[in-house]
Ligand binder design. Structure first.
Ligand SMILES: Cc1cc2nc3c(=O)[nH]c(=O)nc-3n(C[C@H](O)[C@H](O)[C@H](O)COP(=O)(O)O)c2cc1C
Length: 350
């Protein structure tokens, strides 16, 4: 793990309430998936090229928007737990780094306020809620506020059992007003149980990709894919991107590390749709490995929340800048002047 990230994590632990810290960091089951995530990237070895002109190295890319770095922020819930400005601070931090930012359906600040802090492209993460009209309203608002892609989370028909986490959703120090910030305008009158209505649907299918595309008029990235055949099926059903993820080890435990799943998925979808990955990415070398294996962008879940808690938007910016600088340095030493110079022959497991 990058040294500065480890320091941020330690600083965050000092200031975050123990139950919140547990909610943030723990995983499901025996937490094998959480434990294996970062090490799985470290099992690859690099095969650098020599005698390439790397006098100018750039990490710029175009992926449903122009970015200065492929290291972005994965959607995570409830940033108000970590900082009074919540997602507005995270978004401002990402925007200052030119990094992709994905806003969660469970954001605790209004989508319009988050969008204003970015003043550029961003992506919106969609949980299909039991009451579909609430999801549709959120999608429409996100698109109107400037989102350039939708990320449909597909690995959460219901929330994984996190036995070791002291807190699930409700006992967290979060008011209903914060948790429902973006939903409350769209709730039907006289609802007996709001939480039931906004819970995830368990009956998602491939046709929902088209539904999100129709409502948003935007490209849809499917998040939570771990198999090549699922990736192909999603692409055939209209997905514009595949996001290889195991939800940071918070859903089904003992699933394959994303570092292991990524190559077969890239091989299966080829150039037809871009592939994004997250899970245990903690330094520029993890990012370089993922990008060489064929990911177009790599996303950070917990690290962004650690930075937010430790130092607000400035710390988010500094953390992204630090990891992106480490990536740029490693890119140059690997003989790649730009992300497009990477390919899977530049990594090996033996
Ligand atoms: C506290 C927490 C909340 C999360 N909330 C969401 C969410 O609202 N929507 C979603 O699609 N993924 C959510 N995720 C999963 C992340 O998007 C991402 O897949 C995962 O955190 C990446 O792994 P990493 O934390 O090791 O970087 C959450 C993860 C954490 C740790």
């Amino acid at each position: 793990m990058h040294e500065q990230l480890a320091e941020l994590r330690d600083r965050a632990e000092q200031v975050v309430a123990p139950d919140t810290w547990s909610y943030l960091n723990r995983g499901s089951g025996d937490e094998r998936t959480v434990q294996e995530a970062h090490d799985a990237w470290g099992r690859y070895r690099l095969r650098p090229r020599v005698l390439r002109d790397v006098s100018t190295v750039t990490t710029e890319l175009d992926l449903f928007g122009p970015w200065r770095t492929p290291i972005g922020i994965a959607p995570t819930a409830f940033h108000a737990l970590l900082h009074p400005d919540g997602e507005v601070a995270t978004a401002a931090g990402a925007a200052a780094s030119g990094a992709p930012m994905v806003v969660s359906s469970r954001a605790t600040r209004r989508l319009e306020d988050i969008a204003a802090a970015i003043d550029g492209p961003w992506w919106f993460q969609v949980y299909l809620m039991r009451e579909r009209s609430i999801t549709a309203s959120l999608i429409e608002r996100a698109a109107a506020a400037g989102a350039t892609a939708m990320v449909l989370t597909a690995d959460t028909p219901y929330v994984g059992h996190r036995a070791r986490s002291a807190a699930l959703s409700r006992p967290l120090p979060l008011t209903d007003e914060q948790a429902l910030t973006n939903m409350r305008d769209h709730l039907p009158a006289d609802v007996a149980d709001i939480w039931e209505l906004i819970d995830q649907r368990a009956d998602l299918s491939l046709t929902d990709i088209g539904w999100v595309a129709d409502v948003s008029h935007l490209p849809v990235i499917v998040k939570g894919v771990l198999r090549a055949d699922d990736a192909v099926a999603c692409a055939e059903a209209g997905a514009s991107g595949i996001w290889v993820s195991n939800h940071g080890g918070r859903q089904l435990d003992r699933v394959v590390p994303t570092a292991v799943a990524l190559p077969e998925i890239v091989a299966a979808v080829g150039d037809s749709v871009p592939v994004i990955v997250d899970g245990g990415v903690r330094d520029g070398f993890d990012a370089l490995t993922a990008l060489a294996l064929g990911a177009r962008a790599v996303m950070l879940g917990r690290p962004a929340m650690w930075a937010l808690a430790a130092g607000g938007s400035d710390a988010v910016t500094a953390m992204l800048a630090e990891l992106s600088a480490e990536l740029a340095h490693a890119l140059g030493l690997a003989g790649a002047a730009r992300l497009g110079d990477l390919d899977p022959t530049m990594v090996t497991t033996r």
